[in-house]
Unconditional design. Structure first.
Length: 144
């Protein structure tokens, strides 16, 4: 498990380290950011962070805790933690807002939502795509 040193940094040094970290992320394109993250994070952290973002996205789309837990294989504590973060901070909301303006991202999440809806009940597996799209409020054609 990741641990933070018990010896505190000088506040000025700590501030400059954070500033450099955030600036580095902001200067990278998607391919460069992927390489940066792969170099910095452990395999567990590389799974944990995207899952937390997915939890936030599903919460923002109105999914309930149980559906998120089962779909993403996360704990109730993780869902609650992300919910609180969404409720009381702006960074995660801003990232979701910016992602939601991307057409490819919108289509991908529509496909995921349609697939998960089908898998939520045996009766829905062979349901007509038009009916699913209407139920979910989707307008564009999906892969499902």
């Amino acid at each position: 498990m990741t641990q933070v040193s018990r010896r505190p940094l000088d506040k000025d040094v700590e501030g400059r380290i954070y500033e450099s970290f955030y600036k580095a992320i902001g200067l990278l394109n998607e391919k460069e950011a992927r390489a940066f993250i792969n170099d910095l994070l452990t395999p567990t952290e590389k799974i944990m962070l995207p899952k937390r973002l997915a939890v936030a996205i599903l919460l923002a789309q109105g999914w309930n805790y149980d559906a998120i837990r089962e779909t993403l294989k996360v704990t109730q504590t993780t869902v609650s933690s992300v919910y609180k973060t969404l409720a009381f901070s702006g960074g995660l909301k801003l990232a979701i807002l910016k992602l939601s303006k991307n057409q490819a991202w919108q289509k991908w999440w529509q496909d995921v939502e349609s697939l998960l809806y089908r898998l939520s009940s045996p009766a829905k597996v062979f349901m007509d795509e038009g009916a699913i799209r209407h139920k979910l409020g989707l307008k564009k054609k999906t892969l499902v």
